[in-house]
Design a protein around this ligand. Structure first.
Ligand SMILES: [Fe+2]
Length: 377
């Protein structure tokens, strides 16, 4: 099966699509990041919605690592306003929060702990049918949340996953003006996350020729354009913006694997994309020990115009180096890392994403991959 619920609009100025989409609704709620407000895009979005004849209310300032507690904090405002349409303008976190707001606004009796995925050995309750349409307008190029049916939220410091096609956005607007002002480090970290999404979706057990095509297209763009995008090149930023959504479509269908399972459990160390970039070559090396997985990496390498999987691995490492990705041991001291190591390995082993990883690792093997990442890269 291949699914894509989201209708995608793209191109410079496509933010104005809001006017058309909002027509016919009376009340529209916007969730936005502070940077979107600072750059004037919130005001622009509000104007399009007013021009459509709808009343608009904005909640600004969703944090980078959002929590369920924050969702609970803003829910009363949403309930009081009674929106018929929800718009998220910002990075992946803003879109993830909007998805959760939609769940508890549309289905007030729902309990977060009951519907959230925490372990692959426990099945949560399904998310009920939801009615309020959601528009996602990403301002960073990485998370893929604008097309995915997943929302990652922390509760009490632990990351939980909500997963359902019900929360996949109905519309995504990819206006390349928005990511143009991303700071270079965010462009780098989120861009490297795009590469990990593409690679993990490609070698996943759930991959199909359809998700493969999206993964190859996205990975190719990262290798060709990410270094220029980090420098702020306009054309490169636009290419990366679309590649992020393509990788999102790839992993919405092909899903992710060990690298994301491990990075989610190590989220206390560094930003998501950066951590993935550091772990990625080690996870690739681990997976390549098995012949069938190795062949998938080879196929991906060939799709990218490379000789074989070894060249792909070398190119991944080279890109990290070129973009100044730090070593894990520069981000966390040895003692702290070692204290948390067993717990991280155990938790990563329970992560639902391992079902899709081409090789099933033991907790001990996951521990080894963490250690290699710490001492070798
Ligand atoms: Fe990611």
């Amino acid at each position: 099966m291949f699914r894509l619920k989201t209708r995608i609009f793209l191109g410079e100025g496509s933010l104005s699509r809001l006017r058309k989409i909002a027509t016919g609704y009376d009340r529209v709620l916007i969730l936005a990041s502070k940077s979107v407000e600072r750059e004037g895009f919130l005001e622009e979005a509000e104007r399009y919605i007013s021009e459509a004849g709808a009343e608009v209310e904005s909640i600004v300032g969703v944090s980078a690592e959002p929590s369920y507690e924050y969702v609970e904090e803003i829910l009363p405002r949403a309930r009081e306003f009674e929106p018929e349409l929800i718009v998220a303008v910002g990075g992946g976190s803003v879109i993830d929060v909007a998805k959760a707001v939609k769940v508890f606004y549309d289905s007030p009796g729902t309990v977060f702990e009951e519907i959230a995925f925490i372990s692959r050995f426990q099945r949560p309750k399904p998310i009920p049918k939801l009615k309020t349409p959601l528009i996602a307008i990403p301002s960073t190029s990485g998370a893929g949340s604008e097309v995915s049916g997943a929302s990652v939220l922390k509760m009490g410091g632990v990351k939980y996953n909500l997963v359902s096609p019900e929360i996949a956005p109905d519309f995504a607007i990819l206006d390349p003006r928005l990511p143009l002002t991303m700071p270079p480090k965010i462009a780098r970290n989120s861009g490297l996350d795009v590469l990990v999404h593409a690679i993990e979706a490609y070698v996943s057990r759930a991959a199909s020729p359809f998700s493969d095509a999206m993964a190859v297209g996205a990975a190719k763009t990262v290798f060709e354009w990410l270094p220029e995008s980090v420098k702020g090149n306009k054309e490169a930023r636009e290419k990366m913006h679309y590649a992020a959504t393509m990788a999102g479509i790839a992993f919405l269908n092909g899903r992710l694997g060990l690298c994301h399972a491990m990075s989610h459990k190590a989220a206390w160390i560094a930003p998501h994309g950066l951590l993935n970039a550091i772990l990625n070559p080690h996870v690739m090396e681990f997976n390549m020990k098995e012949e069938t997985a190795r062949l998938r990496y080879r196929e991906l390498a060939k799709g990218l115009g490379m000789k074989d999987e070894e060249e792909l691995l070398a190119r991944v490492r080279e890109l990290n180096e070129k973009l100044g990705v730090p070593k894990l041991r520069e981000l966390v001291d040895e003692e702290t890392f070692m204290t948390k190591l067993d717990e991280m390995a155990k938790k990563a082993y329970r992560d639902g994403l391992l079902v899709f990883n081409p090789v099933e690792p033991t907790p001990e093997e996951i521990r080894e991959v963490y250690l290699k990442a710490f001492y070798e890269g």
